[in-house]
Design a protein around this ligand. Sequence first.
Ligand SMILES: NC(=O)c1ccc[n+]([C@@H]2O[C@H](COP(=O)([O-])OP(=O)(O)OC[C@H]3O[C@@H](n4cnc5c(N)ncnc54)[C@H](OP(=O)(O)O)[C@@H]3O)[C@@H](O)[C@H]2O)c1
Length: 229
Amino acid sequence: MHCSQTIVITGVTRGLGRALTEKFADLGHVVAGCGRDENRLSELRDKPGSPHSFQSVDVLNGPAVGNWAKFVLKQYGTPDFLINNAAIINKNNSLWKVPEEEFSKVIDSGLKGTANVLRAFLPAMINVGRGIIINFSSGAGRIGFPQIAPYCAAKWGIEGLTKALAQELPRGMAVIPLSPGPVNTEMLQSTMGEKTATNYHSPKEWVERAAPFILNLTPADTGKSLSVY
Ligand SMILES: NC(=O)c1ccc[n+]([C@@H]2O[C@H](COP(=O)([O-])OP(=O)(O)OC[C@H]3O[C@@H](n4cnc5c(N)ncnc54)[C@H](OP(=O)(O)O)[C@@H]3O)[C@@H](O)[C@H]2O)c1
C-alpha cells in the first residue's frame, strides 16, 4: 500500500474520473476533484466526503480554474498526481457536417481546458520540483476514427502538448499522455451506441487496473504515450 497521495482530478462526476475518485479514496488517498454537474458533485460531497473536496469548476473558465487551484494548493499543498481527465466528444458526424460551435467545444474542452489546469497548478508543482501529471489521451489520439474527427484532433493535440511539456519540466517531474482504451461510459456509448459499448469493461472494472497503474508511474515515464486497458 502506498502512503497517502494527494490527487487532483478534473471531470469527477461520472465515467472514468468518478471511478478513479472512488477507488483512490478507498485506497486512502486524498482527492480534490472538479466537474460541472451539481447533483453528482453533491453525491460525492456526501460520499466519499471529507477530507476530499469536489468543486463546481468548468475547466474552460480560466479564472475559475485559477481560483480552484488556489484553494486546492492552500488546502492540500502541491498534488502528487494531477490528472487531466475532463473532455467531451462530438456527436458522431462526418467532419464537414460538424457545426463550428460543436467543433470548438470539443477542441476547447480537451485541449484548452487541460492547458488552463496546467497553467494554474504547474508553477507550484515546479517550485517543489515534484509531481506526476497525466493527460488523458485515447486511441483516437494515436490513429484516426471516422465520425469523431474533432475528438481525434483534440486527442492528437493532447499527445503533442504533453510531449512538448515533458521536455520543459524539471527532472523529478513527469507528464504522460495516457490512453484508457475503450471503457463503457457515456462517452463510449455516444460514439459506439449503448449496446456495443456493453462489450467493454465498466469503469469499476477498468479502475482495478488503472488506479494501481497510475499510482506506479514515475518520472522515468515522462513523455511516453502509455495505455492502460
Ligand atoms: N470511455 C472511453 O472509452 C475513453 C476512451 C479513450 C479516452 N477516454 C478519455 O477518458 C476521459 C474520461 O472519459 P469518460 O469516458 O469518463 O467520459 P464521460 O463519461 O463523458 O465523463 C467526462 C467527465 O468530464 C467532465 N467534463 C466535461 N467537460 C468538462 C468541463 N468543461 N469542465 C469540467 N469537467 C468537464 C464531465 O463532468 P461534467 O459534465 O459534470 O462537467 C465528466 O465528469 C476523457 O478524457 C476521454 O476522452 C475515454
